[in-house]
Design a protein around this ligand. Structure first.
Ligand code: ARG
Length: 433
């Protein structure tokens, strides 16, 4: 008994000592700092981090004297630094390997086992925050818990849990025979009452966002690629129910009509947006609806999905959306629709999230706007504009460093040299460069 008491007291003393200990200070010398919040580039800056937050940032000459002698120094005088990147559309728990095997030889447990590998690849690519738009069996929520408690290395996650889908819709992952049932991986919900219940369930288990399949899709079995799959009443109910619980809705929507129904119902973001027309673009502008267009995906799907055994009809559907999606993205950009960076990672390999920058610049954004779409603007969409997306006091100390100037060559963001999340180095490949 006495011994147990001593141990308990010793533990308590240790814990209060840890609590009393001031947080570690890290000082980062920065050659060039890209500040997306002011669309500017600042030379010779010093970033002071205390614990997981930014304490101060400013000209090195002015700040140097305020840094304690005990601070750890990271010297990035030869590098360009920018805030940690944000991908607003990922599926971090899985990625396709083989059409038949993925469907008939694996279960959600396979996904749960390997999800941490993809989480690490994502954060090592410089994406320190993600909005994960759909995962089977609440695996995203489990992954987030493991990351937040420090057991697993990965990005900060906002999760949508299980995507809501109409019976037979884009997210109905049961087989297309009445005798093929893959229980519990699909968020099937039909009718106003049905969708409300599904929203509540997702939120009960920890969803931060609600994801709804408003239209048909490419990588699913329906004939159409873009037909609406929910009525206005159903989508409106989803948005209202989510709002009651303080959540917003992201709508997968390729087809023009589905896009418009979703905008009218009040979703926060249109995902994909392939067949946007002028009216839809005007509606998005008027209501402030975000466009999250995965305009890298087409390259990867056309190059690899045949090899992975995807049925020709799915690849045909991709051919229908690929180029049009990019052209319509450009129209939306020109019209001034708000765009946030989202890639649908998990269609292509995790860790390649940066490959979309090149396309965003090719299809209408300046390199600075592309960076804003993945930092300040993305933070705004996901509801974290007071936490991430810029390196200013009080924000999470999340950043990446690259050699060279990403404003001159945005593809440099495909391979970042250093990643820091919450003041801790996640990846340091500077010597390898
Ligand atoms: N998850 C989406 C779907 O299946 C991927 C679309 C990819 N293609 C594209 N061009 N963005 O519909």
């Amino acid at each position: 008994m006495a011994l147990v008491g001593v141990v308990v007291i010793a533990r308590a003393a240790e814990e209060s000592a840890a609590l009393a200990k001031p947080p570690a200070v890290v000082a980062v010398r920065i050659g060039r700092l890209i500040a997306p919040e002011t669309a500017s580039v600042l030379a010779q800056q010093l970033l002071v981090i205390e614990g997981d937050r930014v304490k101060a940032v400013g000209p090195a000459a002015a700040l140097q004297s305020s840094v304690p002698a005990t601070a750890t120094l990271i010297d990035l005088s030869d590098y360009t630094v920018l805030p940690g990147l944000i991908d607003c559309h990922t599926h971090v728990v899985s990625q396709p390997e083989d059409y038949y095997g993925d469907r008939f030889r694996k279960s959600p447990i396979d996904l749960a086992i390997s999800a941490h590998v993809y989480a690490r690849r994502t954060v090592e690519a410089g994406f320190t925050t993600i909005r994960n738009l759909g995962a089977a069996e609440y695996i995203d929520l489990a992954l987030r818990r493991a990351i937040d408690s420090g057991k697993v290395v990965g990005p900060r996650m906002l999760c949508a849990a299980i995507t809501l889908s109409a019976t037979g819709g884009h997210g109905d992952l049961n087989g297309f025979s009445p005798y093929l049932k893959f229980d519990r991986i699909s968020g099937i919900a039909d009718g106003v009452e049905g969708v409300r219940k599904r929203v509540r369930e997702n939120i009960k288990y920890g969803a931060d966002w609600i994801k709804i399949a408003a239209s048909a899709g490419v990588l699913s079995e329906e004939e159409s690629v873009g037909a609406p799959q929910y009525s206005f009443e159903e989508m409106k109910a989803v948005v209202e129910e989510a709002k009651m619980w303080g959540r917003k809705v992201a709508a997968h929507a390729h087809g023009t009509e589905a896009i418009k129904i979703a905008i009218r119902a009040g979703v926060a973001s249109i995902e994909h947006g392939s067949f946007l027309d002028d009216e839809a673009i005007a509606m998005m502008k008027e209501r402030g609806t975000w466009l999250v267009a995965d305009i890298y995906n087409d390259d990867y799907i056309l190059a690899e999905f045949g090899r992975m055994g995807y049925p020709p009809k799915i690849i045909e559907k991709e051919r229908l959306v690929g180029r049009l999606q990019r052209e319509n993205f450009q129209k939306a950009v020109r019209a001034g629709v708000k765009v946030a960076y989202g890639t649908d990672a998990g269609v292509y390999p995790h860790g390649w999230n940066g490959k979309q920058f090149r396309h965003m610049v090719q299809w209408g954004l300046t390199p600075m706007q592309a960076i804003q779409s993945a930092t300040t603007d993305a933070a705004d969409l996901i509801g974290w504009k007071d936490k991430v997306g810029r390196l200013v006091p009080g924000y999470f100390a999340d950043f990446v460093a690259v050699k060279g100037d990403p404003l001159a060559d945005v593809t440099l963001l495909e391979n970042v040299a250093l990643v820091v999340k919450g003041g801790a180095v996640v990846k340091d490949a500077r010597r390898a460069k």
